[in-house]
Design a protein around this ligand. Structure first.
Ligand code: GLN
Length: 226
């Protein structure tokens, strides 16, 4: 934004994977979405200029740990494994993993996924959880959208993916539906390098202010219509 373009506080580099509507996706040449708006609001509060770096989802944590990026903000679920490599801010969204199937599928609940061919996005929690399903074959795609495409082409039986992008993908592709029963519940947070407590504290303070002022809800409402 104009206000932060000559900020004295330096640049806040955000690593993300802009294939994840409504959290981050391209509108023309710009990365927009809930996470992009949250990052802009946080950067503004920190007096920093925001720079968004789009990369593969599984490159985000390495970018943060190596210092190439200051934050990872990508609808990223807090997991025990990730906490070994990065620190996470307070959570800013509750999320689910859901199952997408063809409208005429015999898969009616997550229990029916046993022995099925399941598409996921590489390195996501969907990838991790699908691996736990008995006798299932997991097909990994670089983009969630590619998994959905494979489903429409009957190359796989189901896709396990985050609930909000699932809604977008189901809406954009004919003949698909989302199962009512969620596969898992999870929470999204912002990743920072381990031990970078100064930045983590500032981010948590900014997030807290955005929650208290109602600004966070406003950002979410802008992208998610009930
Ligand atoms: N929430 C999932 C995860 O953290 C997927 C995130 C994404 O694809 N951007 O693994």
């Amino acid at each position: 934004s104009e206000a932060s373009s000559d900020a004295a506080g330096g640049t806040l580099v955000m690593a993300t994977n802009a294939e994840f509507p409504p959290y981050e996706y391209y509108e023309g040449e710009n990365v927009v979405g809930i996470d992009a708006d949250i990052a802009a609001a946080v950067a503004d509060k920190l007096g920093m200029e925001l720079k968004i770096e789009d990369m593969a989802f599984d490159s985000i944590i390495p970018a943060v740990t190596s210092g190439k990026a200051d934050i990872g903000l990508a609808g990223m679920t807090v997991t025990e494994d990730r906490l070994e490599n990065v620190d996470f801010s307070d959570t800013y969204a509750h999320a689910t993993q859901v199952v997408i199937v063809k409208e005429d599928s015999d898969i009616a609940s997550p229990d029916d996924l046993e022995g099925k061919k399941i598409g996921v996005q590489l390195g996501t929690t969907g990838d991790i959880y699908a691996g736990d399903i008995k006798d299932a074959t997991v097909e990994r795609y670089n983009k969630g959208f590619e998994a959905v495409q494979a489903l429409t082409q009957d190359k796989i039986d189901a896709v396990v993916i985050d609930g909000e992008p699932a809604k977008v993908f189901v809406k954009e592709n004919e003949g698909l539906k989302m199962l009512d029963e969620a596969f898992t519940e999870e929470d999204y947070a912002i990743a920072v390098a381990k031990g970078n407590d100064e930045l983590l504290d500032k981010i948590n303070t900014a997030l807290g202010e955005l929650k208290d002022s109602g600004e966070l809800d406003k950002i979410v409402d802008k992208y998610i219509t009930a």
